[in-house]
Design a protein around this ligand. Structure first.
Ligand SMILES: NC(=O)c1ccc[n+]([C@@H]2O[C@H](COP(=O)([O-])OP(=O)(O)OC[C@H]3O[C@@H](n4cnc5c(N)ncnc54)[C@H](OP(=O)(O)O)[C@@H]3O)[C@@H](O)[C@H]2O)c1
Ligand SMILES: *[C@@H]1O[C@@H](CO)[C@@H](O)[C@@H](O)[C@H]1NC(C)=O
Ligand SMILES: *[C@@H]1O[C@H](CO)[C@@H](O)[C@H](O)[C@H]1NC(C)=O
Ligand SMILES: *[C@@H]1O[C@H](CO)[C@@H](O)[C@H](O)[C@H]1NC(C)=O
Length: 345
């Protein structure tokens, strides 16, 4: 009798601790969102692009990691609860992302299926038969059997020497479908497509993109694109989420806000949050998956803490008013492409 009731107590205690532990665990990672292809994607990710070395914004000026800074950042991020990492061959960070994930798997922190890895197809691999080999090259660098999401980095196609080539992204998309069919990626999507290009892709292919990755920040909120994606159940990943928030990053003529904007500071303080957390929370509430980049432990930990508060409609309206459809003049030299996605200057 005594034995039985003790056993019952132990059993109940076991149930409770399991419950408590899983609660703690689930509140520590970001919610999962369903993709239209049946897979799911964590609502928040870590960017791993280190930026340009000069203000020329040329691909040749992309900073590649000197030491293991990206590997360390990804390890810290996984410890902090991140379960979604964004990389690309052109960032030169796939190897370090792969090493960090491998280490965290070997330490028992995560299993492969717990983490969502996105990489991208570069512009000089747009011919249909180049897609699968390009992804295999990325998988080799990542040291993985598959990625969770493979996206066409830009609709613009280039030759390896950087000059414009005219491969239609519809041809590229066929290669993406092949890659998915071969199990090399769970989901496929596109990046930097404008609304017209996205609609063309949707109408010409029976396989729809699961994700669109575009620049989204306070000064470039893209409401029409977001509404279309919502209607089609395409999830939007938002890059450069901080936009022109930091003085050292913003161009002189970039519209507000900056990090010390009094209205933003006031709202952030109300929630005991920083202005950076406020802007990330706003994106989450727009159904955008932010992928802020940081290689600084305290910052990447702070950025992730945006799932424990909710903005009021009035606050969202205030943030919405910063939208100036302002984009950094990326892609210099690509304006002659028939698939150039942005407004020309
Ligand atoms: N598909 C595309 O074409 C495309 C284009 C651009 C970007 N992306 C992806 O999106 C990711 C994010 O975009 P991004 O790198 O352009 O810009 P971002 O994430 O808006 O800004 C990154 C910068 O903000 C700093 N930072 C991060 N958190 C901070 C904080 N809490 N306080 C102060 N400063 C902070 C970082 O510094 P530290 O690192 O020094 O901490 C870094 O200098 C990229 O890494 C990449 O994965 C994709
Ligand atoms: C949003 O992100 C970029 C534009 O802010 C940043 O450079 C920043 O300028 C903001 N708008 C644009 C360009 O990106
Ligand atoms: C770049 O490569 C393409 C294809 O091989 C070629 O037609 C073009 O002339 C090259 N451009 C330059 C500037 O070298
Ligand atoms: C405010 O946030 C900081 C940093 O997350 C935390 O240490 C502190 O306890 C919070 N204060 C309150 C009153 O919640």
């Amino acid at each position: 009798m005594r034995y039985e009731s003790n056993m019952r107590r132990i059993f109940i205690f076991g149930l409770l601790t399991t419950f408590v532990i899983s609660e703690v665990h689930s509140s520590k990672v970001a919610p999962l969102l369903s993709l239209r292809d049946g897979n799911s994607i964590p609502a928040f990710g870590l960017g791993t692009w280190l930026g340009f070395s000069k203000k020329t914004l040329l691909v040749g000026e992309i900073i590649t990691p000197k030491e293991d800074e990206v590997q360390k950042a990804v390890e810290w991020a996984i410890d902090a609860g991140y379960r979604h990492i964004d990389t690309a061959p052109v960032y030169g960070t796939e190897e370090q992302v792969g090493k960090a994930i491998k280490k965290k798997i070997s330490q028992g922190t995560i299993e492969r299926q717990d983490i969502f890895v996105t990489t991208k197809l570069w512009n000089d691999k747009h011919a249909k038969d180049d897609v699968v080999p390009a992804l295999k090259e990325s998988l080799k660098k990542l040291d993985m059997d598959y990625v969770d999401l493979y996206i066409i980095h830009f609709p613009v196609s280039l030759f390896p020497n950087g000059s414009i080539s005219n491969v239609d992204y519809m041809e590229t998309w066929q290669g993406m479908i092949d890659a998915q069919a071969q199990g090399l990626t769970k989901s496929i999507g596109v990046s930097n497509f404008n609304l017209k290009q996205l609609k063309r892709l949707m109408s010409l292919s029976s396989t729809k993109p699961a994700v669109l990755q575009i620049e989204i920040n306070l000064t470039l909120q893209q409401p029409t694109v977001l509404a279309f994606c919502r209607s089609q159940d395409i999830k939007v990943m938002g890059y450069t989420p901080f936009g022109s928030l930091f003085y050292n990053k913003a161009k002189e003529d970039a519209p507000p806000p900056r990090i010390d904007d009094p209205n933003l500071v006031k709202i952030a303080e109300k929630y005991n949050k920083t202005v950076t957390q406020l802007t990330l929370r706003y994106l989450v509430e727009l159904d955008v998956i932010p992928i802020p980049k940081s290689v600084t432990k305290s910052r990447l930990e702070q950025n992730f803490q945006v799932f424990d508060f909710t903005l009021s409609q009035q606050e969202k309206d205030l943030l919405k008013a910063f939208d100036k459809n302002y984009r950094t003049g990326l892609l210099k030299g690509w304006e002659d492409s028939p698939f150039y996605p942005f407004e020309k200057e």
